[in-house]
Design a protein around this ligand. Structure first.
Ligand code: MN
Length: 288
């Protein structure tokens, strides 16, 4: 297993100084830095090459994550919206290829968060998501970026809320570049037992997000770390385990993630670093 963190732990905006975070994450002992996929498409080749060099020099590998905005919904009934989404995913994947990133995860099969003031057509969305992902997975072959479908809770989307639903979707897509992504924050809401859900994902698990139930760093809450660690060992999981803590209010990140109180205990950047380094030691000891 390789251990990583999402850059947005330290940031209030989705766009950030990624080379800086390559050095910081590597310095804290991480193997992976996860970036926001959406911000990459605004960068030119020299900016992308700076990120690639920073990661290579720091000895850290890169992954990307995005929840597609509604205007880029690849499962939309509107073909124009679907095409916009497919174009955006192709641009993100091209950028990820240029920085040697290995994974693109998140809500890349629809849009996020779902607007529940509109009717839910789960079969229609599912069919269009499969068609879109097949086309993207074929496009993506040359970049070698693994596509992983994040399984999220019912309040954020309806298509795949459980490991079982995600596995079935991935089986129906049936493409070697498409796998399941789990996130224990969401699993805590939807699954009976987290270990069983991980075993259900089994060989289809391609990426794993972790954090406490309130999105604090691992080790500060009641998430069943021993149970998850045992299940990951049971399935011989060898992919990325990426922390996705959100503990600060403010900015686009704070409002998108709905962080309405400071969960960091008033931590400054140095204390934030210490907290996540401690969380990394904790998770390595539980999952090793
Ligand atoms: Mn996540």
């Amino acid at each position: 297993m390789k251990f990583g963190t999402y850059f947005a732990y330290w940031e209030q905006e989705w766009k950030a100084d990624y080379p800086y975070y390559c050095d910081k994450a590597a310095g804290l002992g991480f193997d992976i830095l996860e970036l926001g996929g959406g911000a990459l498409v605004d960068l030119n080749d020299s900016e992308l090459s700076r990120i690639k060099s920073a990661a290579a020099n720091a000895g850290i590998s890169l992954t990307g994550c995005i929840g597609l905005p509604a205007a880029f919904d690849v499962s939309s009934a509107d073909k124009n919206v679907r095409d916009n989404g497919l174009n955006l995913l192709r641009r993100i994947l091209t950028a990820l290829g240029k920085i040697d990133a290995t994974v693109l995860g998140g809500i890349i099969y629809a849009y996020w968060p779902v607007d529940y003031s509109k009717p839910v057509d789960k079969p229609g969305v599912r069919a269009r998501a499969i068609e879109s992902l097949l086309s993207i997975a074929d496009f993506d072959r040359e970049n070698g970026v693994l596509l992983v479908l994040e399984t999220v809770n019912r309040f954020e989307h309806f298509l795949i809320n459980t490991s079982e639903e995600a596995v079935q979707l991935v089986k129906d897509i049936d493409h070697p570049n498409v796998k399941v992504m789990l996130d224990c924050f969401h699993m805590n809401i939807e699954e009976d037992f987290l270990g069983d859900a991980i075993r259900t994902a089994g060989k289809y698990l391609g990426h794993f997000h972790i954090g406490e139930c309130n999105r604090k760093v691992p080790g500060k809450g009641h998430m069943p770390w021993d149970e998850m660690g045992k299940a990951l060992r049971d399935i011989g999981y060898d992919g990325g385990v990426v922390m996705e803590p959100f503990v600060k209010t403010g900015g686009t990140v704070g409002s998108d993630i709905k962080v309405w109180r400071d969960l960091s205990g008033g931590a400054d950047e140095k204390k934030m670093d210490e907290d996540i380094a401690e969380a990394l030691r904790f998770v390595r000891s539980k999952f090793a």
